[in-house]
Design a protein around this ligand. Structure first.
Ligand code: G3P
Ligand code: MG
Length: 243
């Protein structure tokens, strides 16, 4: 596995308090605010490509409707992914993963690529991600590939084991240690809200950096870092970096 270089502050969906989430404008904004890494979500299109989109349906963040899974790249490319956020962003497009990687290289940004999928398309999504990373990722440091969807991480491990994987959990519970080991996960990425010092200590004892989403309050970020959290995902990189 290649060496990860994770900074403490990671832009969430780019810098999604300041620009429409999961767009190139949002990633540019995160970089302009001083973030060294961004997190974004990827989903499978009808023809097996990957685009940046959080929800399964395009309705909330574009002027279109329908499931990403049912739409082609051409159909997705015709959507406006910025006007819903503000008139200044009208005309912003749904980016492909390939063009996003090109922008990351131009800006010198690292990334956490979060796979969004159901169990049914987890294998196809992982296969697409492995293919696109092999073709386009040229930076020395690898991206972190994370998911809540265990089958997606299992599939990534099977098809491209060299890309580090992060296990996303809403809560540290169940057989989370066994899952980390079974997936060969490099990081544990968790919701910060149920965390306390004891839970962070237990997570760190499992030997993985703990990354927390979504932290927009500088005081909370300081507390999490004091407990041993390695990095936080934030909608407001400017506010957390200033603090
Ligand atoms: O990867 C961290 C965070 O993005 C997970 O939750 O719903 O914002 O994708 P969500
Ligand atoms: Mg995400």
């Amino acid at each position: 596995m290649q060496t990860l270089d994770i900074p403490r502050i990671i832009g969430h969906r780019g810098a999604c308090a300041h620009a429409p989430e999961n767009t190139l404008a949002s990633i540019r904004k995160a970089a302009a605010q001083g973030a060294r890494w961004v997190e974004f979500d990827v989903r499978l299109t009808r023809e097996g490509e990957l685009v940046l989109m959080h929800d399964g349906d395009v309705k909330r963040t574009t002027n279109g409707r329908g499931r990403v899974l049912d739409l082609t790249l051409a159909e997705l490319g015709a959507l406006d992914a910025g006007a819903w956020f503000g008139a200044a962003f009208a005309g912003e497009r749904v980016p492909t993963l390939a063009e996003t990687i090109a922008l990351l290289a131009e800006l010198g940004l690292g990334a956490n690529i979060e796979i969004k999928s159901g169990a049914a398309e987890a294998g196809a999504t992982a296969a697409a991600l492995a293919r696109i990373l092999a073709a386009h990722w040229r930076a020395a440091a690898p991206p972190l590939v994370s998911s809540f969807e265990v089958p997606a991480l299992e599939a990534m491990r099977a098809v491209a084991p060299h890309w580090p994987r992060g296990l996303l959990l809403k809560e540290i519970g169940g057989d989370w240690r066994g899952l980390l080991d079974r997936l060969g996960a490099a990081t544990l990425n968790v919701d910060h809200r149920p965390l306390d010092a004891g839970r962070v200590a237990a997570a760190r004892a499992a030997g993985r950096p703990v990354l927390c989403y979504t932290v927009n309050d500088p005081a909370r970020a300081r507390q999490l870092f004091a407990w041993g959290v390695s990095a936080v995902f934030t909608d407001r990189p400017d506010a957390l970096l200033a603090a």
